[in-house]
Write a new protein. Structure first.
Length: 254
């Protein structure tokens, strides 16, 4: 679908890359030529993913464990990526995210803060830490990660919805600010995707998804990875500040 040297010579950072969408995105960017720095909390899992990417794609994959809530961890990831890219980081995919279900009447202030800190503040921390390296790339790209819940809201996910909605507004603001740095900033807004967590909860499997079938409301992780690949490609040169939805049939979820 994308040429294998599309991102040749480029360096990309993918957060939340130990599994799910982040893993699929990191794999896709490496497959089309980027060297990737992967980060998430679990060191063991990250190393396994990095090994799989290097073996499968031939690109360099560097695992750097860290928590998006800790500025020192974020700085360590940013430094390693900047070193790998000789001072420039071409692509940041701020994908790491978390959620749990609780009604607003019952959520603790700590629970609210945790989700906003991981999703929204974590996105800010990575953009902030990599601004110089993205500017040095002379054509940097950022992709942030929302959710249809950030657009629609959802019962028992007020904290998550607010954090994702914030990411969309942040994306638009950053795109305005960073145009003069030659950095494009866009957001992806997935509907339900068959990541391992969703597979467990819903009893579905990604393997059974037929990508040629339009009439569905469950996506494959590769479909999100492909949208990210498009947004960081030269094909999206006139696209910045936008949020792209990938949810299959609109209003089709049961
Ligand atoms: P997942 O739970 O499978 O993976 C989340 C990743 O984020 C993991 O690598 C995890 O280690 C990392 N992460 C979580 N908290 C972290 C922290 N404090 N510090 C560092 N890393 C942390 O999730 P997923 O389904 O792959 O979702 C990825 C992104 O896509 C999230 O932002 C999620 O909100 C969004 N999303 C997913 C779906 C879906 O259906 N799967 C739908 C809409 C949006």
């Amino acid at each position: 679908m994308f040429s294998e040297d599309l991102l040749a010579g480029e360096t990309a950072v993918v957060t939340g890359a130990s599994r799910g969408l982040g893993e699929a995105i990191a794999y896709r960017l490496a497959e089309i030529g980027a060297d990737v720095v992967l980060t998430a909390r679990s060191a063991d899992r990250l190393e396994a993913v990095a090994d799989g990417i290097e073996t499968g794609t031939g690109s360099t994959a560097v695992p750097v464990p860290g928590d998006v809530r800790e500025s020192e961890d974020v700085a360590r990831v940013a430094d390693r990526a900047t070193e790998l890219g000789d001072g420039a980081v071409d692509v940041l995919v701020a994908n790491a995210g978390a959620n749990f279900h609780a009604p607003v009447a019952e959520i603790s202030e700590n629970g609210w803060r945790t989700i906003v800190d991981i999703n929204l503040n974590g996105t800010f921390r990575y953009c902030h830490a990599l601004v110089d390296a993205l500017t040095a790339a002379d054509g940097g790209r950022v992709v942030t990660m929302s959710s249809v819940v950030g657009r629609d809201g959802a019962a028992e996910s007020g904290h998550y919805a607010a954090s994702k909605s914030g990411i969309e507004a942040f994306t638009r603001s950053l795109a305005s600010e960073w145009a003069e740095r030659n950095v494009r900033v866009n957001c992806v807004r997935p509907g339900l995707v068959a990541t391992p967590g969703v597979e467990e909860n819903r009893g579905v499997t990604a393997e059974r998804i037929d990508r040629s079938d339009v009439d569905r409301t469950l996506g494959h992780p590769d479909e999100i990875a492909d949208l990210v690949a498009f947004l960081v490609s030269p094909g999206a040169s006139y696209v910045t500040g936008q949020t792209y939805t990938a949810e299959g049939v609109p209003d089709g979820a049961d």
